[in-house]
Design a protein around this ligand. Structure first.
Ligand code: C2E
Ligand code: CA
Ligand code: CA
Length: 271
């Protein structure tokens, strides 16, 4: 409740409190910037979707990565606001790409606790309607660990989103100790294997085994399998051999601004 929140705030060093304030005004002043990192179909090597990754263009500190300011988002109770902003931007950009004949969809990261409330599904539908983007062009990435804490309240929200056609993906899979029994019950389209396993799979036999069995099981229950953190050609080949569906990582493309993404698409088309 508000009491607990207040005392948490009071325990923070003044510098951190100042940042929470700056973040709040920064959001109002449109200082959040959404970068996009392409995800590729492994067989055709076509970019089929981009993941929206937020940054904060701080007036004096420069471009800050989410790891540097997400804690202040939590502290300042700005999670809903940030998610709404990123969703609106990503949906608007994606709609603009589609109109320009660029058939690339978009994925947005959503903190799992937002998926416990039907309000969230309503706000996603409103955002899609505002731009008239087809629901199936949007994927929501939800981390595995946060999902497990309250599956019962999340299920109806998941079902409402999927009924409309929104795609759901479990992010950072393998880090949250969920069982495959659990997984089968979750109405998700896609499983994204955590980059800690993927980036080590060529050198480390144990990580390779985890990736292999996750892909086998995920595919056997009809889920699309995505690998993140693909940094070299050996890993790419190993994933292709395992019949992983989509890949994302520095080997293939870095996160980039929307503007840069359009140029990147153009350059590829020219090749
Ligand atoms: P994530 O969802 O796992 O996002 C992927 C992160 O991996 C991104 O870091 C991306 O830049 C990085 N990455 C991509 N390819 C590679 C690679 O080949 N190797 C390595 N080592 N890393 C790679 P980023 O942008 O710093 O984001 C970090 C985390 O911040 C994200 O992890 C996500 O959990 C969170 N985040 C980012 N944007 C948002 C957002 O809009 N909302 C929320 N709630 N969280 C966000
Ligand atoms: Ca993600
Ligand atoms: Ca991830």
């Amino acid at each position: 409740g508000p009491q607990i929140y207040r005392s948490e705030i009071d325990d923070r060093p003044p510098e951190q409190l100042a940042l929470v304030g700056e973040l709040r005004t920064g959001i109002d002043k449109d200082q959040l910037v959404v970068y996009y990192q392409p995800q590729f179909n492994m067989v055709t090597l076509r970019p089929v979707r981009v993941e929206a990754l937020v940054r904060w263009m701080h007036p004096t500190r420069g471009l800050l990565s989410p790891g540097e300011f997400i804690p202040f988002i939590e502290l300042g109770n700005l999670v809903e606001l940030l998610t709404e902003k990123v969703l609106a931007r990503a949906i608007a950009d994606c709609r603009r790409w589609h109109r320009a004949g660029i058939h690339v969809d978009v994925a947005v990261n959503v903190p799992p606790r937002l998926l416990r409330h039907m309000d969230f599904a309503e706000s996603v539908f409103a955002a899609l309607d505002a731009e008239r983007l087809p629901a199936d062009a949007l994927t929501l990435e939800v981390t595995e660990s946060g999902l497990l804490s309250d599956v019962e309240s999340a299920l109806p929200v998941f079902e409402a989103l999927r009924e409309r056609g929104v795609r759901l993906s479990i992010d950072d899979f393998g880090t949250g100790y969920s069982s495959f029994t659990h997984l089968r019950r979750l109405p998700v389209d896609e499983i994204k294997i955590d980059r800690t396993f993927v980036s080590q799979m060529v050198e480390n036999e144990e990580d390779a085994a985890i990736v292999r069995s996750t892909i086998d099981l995920g595919r056997s229950i009809g889920r699309t399998m995505v690998a993140e953190g693909v940094e070299d050609q050996e890993t790419m080949q190993a994933l292709l051999d395992l019949e992983c569906d989509l890949a994302q990582g520095f080997l293939l493309a870095q996160p980039m601004t929307g503007k840069r993404f359009l140029r990147w698409i153009d350059e590829r088309a020219a090749d």
